[in-house]
Design a protein. Structure first.
Length: 281
């Protein structure tokens, strides 16, 4: 008499690209609504290590709601978020979440902040969503499908000369002791039309992707700072490397992003040694 055949359950079907994007957008919009509703209310503010590295009760609430929404639809996915949220380590999919990028801005009521959500599949970023709830601007991208602002395709600027460029950068939380990026900032300040420092890496990348900025560089960043915005920039047609010209990775922590035509000139400025003579570009 033969043994009964044990049926092996089939794995659940993989989510579709459309369903992944829909849920990511919903999560970002939920987070944005929390941010707007609490913007003028008293905040509970703590620091993480450096006195300039803030976390508020709104950061924590946004992260909790984002993860809960993602888990509702994709309970087997892994996730990693800025304020400590961690998921299982065995999934094909991993979400990288910055629930409130621009916390210092938010704490002061300065309207330059957003939610950033990206999806990594087998170590490669496949989807990115950045939502600015103040301007109601939703930046989205899927690998190989282009980048969009509120559903309209975006492309970078065509500026070719640094002297005509508007750049943006940021400074690490340990700037008071490391002094990192001060010399680079000074060099770019003298060679461009202007340099801004807006305090949100995700928005800096998106603004470079759609031409508000012509280039962006920064050091000492985390994967969740870069994941969504870097995909949006490359899908828009911009160029991205490390600050030394190496292949970009969200895990390397530093970035040079540009419209493309300015990339080589920006690299030369970043590589310039202290006290070196200025070269024409």
């Amino acid at each position: 008499m033969s043994s009964p055949v044990t049926e092996v359950p089939l794995p659940p079907p993989l989510p579709t690209p459309d369903s992944l994007m829909r849920v990511a957008i919903e999560a970002a919009e939920i987070s944005g609504l929390i941010q707007v509703r609490n913007l003028k209310r008293p905040l509970k503010i703590k620091t993480k290590g450096e006195s300039t590295n803030l976390v508020t009760n709104v950061d924590l609430r946004c992260e909790k709601r984002i993860i809960a929404h993602l888990k509702r639809y994709f309970p087997d996915h892994e996730y990693i978020a800025e304020e400590g949220g961690r998921g299982r380590q065995t999934s094909l999919f991993r979400w990288l979440i910055d629930p409130l990028d621009g916390t210092t801005n938010y704490a002061h009521g300065y309207p330059a902040f957003c939610t950033s959500i990206a999806l990594e599949r087998n170590g490669k970023i496949e989807l990115g969503v950045v939502y600015d709830p103040v301007r109601k601007e939703l930046f989205t991208a899927r690998k190989g499908k282009g980048a969009f602002l509120n559903g309209v395709r975006i492309t970078p600027s065509t500026v070719e000369d640094l002297e005509e460029a508007l750049l943006v950068t940021g400074f690490p939380y340990d700037i008071k002791t490391s002094r990192r990026n001060i010399s680079q900032f000074n060099r770019f300040l003298l060679r461009t039309q202007a340099v801004r420092r807006d305090g949100s890496a995700a928005l800096d990348l998106c603004y470079t992707a759609m031409g508000r900025f012509d280039g962006y560089w920064e050091f000492s960043l985390a994967p969740w700072d870069l994941a969504a915005g870097s995909l949006i920039l490359t899908e828009a047609g911009g160029k991205i490397t490390t600050s030394t010209g190496r292949e970009f990775s969200i895990h390397r922590g530093d970035i040079l992003a540009s419209n493309g035509p300015l990339h080589a000139a920006m690299l030369r400025v970043l590589r310039q040694k202290e006290g070196a003579p200025r070269h024409q570009t």
